[in-house]
Design a binder for this molecule. Sequence first.
Ligand SMILES: [Zn+2]
Ligand SMILES: [Zn+2]
Length: 186
Amino acid sequence: MRQRKKWLMDAVKYHGHVCMGQVFGVLIAEKGMELIETRDPHDMIVIAENDRCIADALQVITGTRLGRRSFKLEDYGKMAATFYSMKTGKAYRIWVSGNVTKGRNFHSLPENERKKLLDEVLASDIGNVLSSRRVSVSFSENELPGKPKVVVDCCNCGERVMDGKHITKKRKKLCRSCADGAYYKG
Ligand SMILES: [Zn+2]
Ligand SMILES: [Zn+2]
């Protein structure tokens, strides 16, 4: 429990507020690192399934980082994450499943009830809050941590594109924005 409280404090400090996502992040991180049998951020890849609160908590607690490619986002909008061990290749998906949270909307609870529920979940047996299952995930060499293996310059805009993220059209290597249009205008 002392460990969970410390992790929660670290996560809240980074994230900016205490919320159920930070508490779930603490429990998911604890379970995930236990299952893949490592706490070394250089030995693991964590894939979070939403870009809200748990994403911050998981990075803070595990030490994995988006910018180091040890943390990845697959945005399914779910309170779930997969932990992958680079050493053993084993992976486990962990998701929030327990009755503690079913049908309750934390955001609409009065402050004192919300605080009570957060404390309750933080102190729970993990099995009452989370489920987990062995899964298999694979990464291409372009997705792994380390130096970029493929680097090209876009034929159209000249900007550099790393990690095989370019698209080849009519034998021309193009960045995604030149090939398919960008998320921005202008
Ligand atoms: Zn939050
Ligand atoms: Zn381009």
